[in-house]
Design a binder for this molecule. Sequence first.
Ligand code: PAF
Length: 276
Amino acid sequence: MEVINSIAELRLRLASRGRIAFVPTMGNLHHGHLALVSLARQHADCVVVSIFVNPLQFGANEDLASYPRSLQADCEGLNQSGADIVFTPSESELYPVPQTVQVEPPPIAFDLCGKHRPVHFRGVCTVVAKLFNIVRPDVAIFGKKDYQQLFILREMVRQLEIPVEMLAGETMREADGLAMSSRNNLLNPAQRMEAPRLQRALQLVVQASRQGRRDFDAIEAQTTQYLTQLGWIVDYIAVRSASTLLTPLPDERQLLVLGAARLGMTRLIDNIEFAL
Ligand code: PAF
C-alpha cells in the first residue's frame, strides 16, 4: 500500500491502474470505514482511500479543531483491509488558493442536518467533486449512516453527469447498537453508555409507524421530548420518504427515520430505513 500526498504523484500512479474504486474519508477510521474498503475491493483493480479533514464542511463553531485524527493507525487498518493507495493531501495541496468556486448543493441540503449545519453540504459536495476530479474513480463508496450526504452526493453526480457509479455501504454498529462513527471516540464513559439510546429511540419511531400511526409530527415531537428529558440536545428526529428525503406522501411505503442529537459537545447521527 502506498501513501501519497501530492495530487500530481497520485495522478501518475493512477494512470495505469485499471478500474478504480474510491472511498473518501476524514480519517480516524473504524470498522464501518474498513467495511467500505472491503466493498470497494470487490468492485475494482485498485482501491484508493482519501483521508482529509475538510475545513470547508465545518461551520465556524463546529469541531474542526477537535475532530479526531489518527493517521498511523488508519494506515495500518487500511493496509490490512486491502487498500492500494491512501491519498493524504495537506490543506495547502487541496486548497492552494481560497476555494471560492464551490458546488451549490440541492435544496434538501438545507434541511435536516443542513438546517443546523448550513455550510456543511456545500463543503462536502465541493471536496468530493474535487476529489473525484483528482482520482477519476469508476466507482465511489459512501456509508448509509450519513444518509443525507449519500443522497445529496448521488444527486450531485446525477445532475452534473459525473461518470462515477455510486455504491452505498450498510451502517456498521457496535454490539449495543450504536452506529460506528469517528466522533464516538469523543464521548466520555457516561455518554458512551447513553449513546445507543438514539438508535433505540429511532426504533420506537419505526415501531409506532408500523403499528399504523401516520401522525409523524407528533411521533417526532414525542421522541424529541423523550431524548431531551434524558439530557440529549436534539437537532431533529424526522420521518421522511426514503426516495426523496421529503415528508412522506400519504401512500408512501419506503420510509426512513433520521435523527441528529448531541450528548455534551458530541453530535451523533443515525437513521433506519423501513417499509410499511
Ligand atoms: O463522510 C465523510 O467522512 C466526509 O463528509 C467526506 C465524504 C469524506 C467528505 O469530506
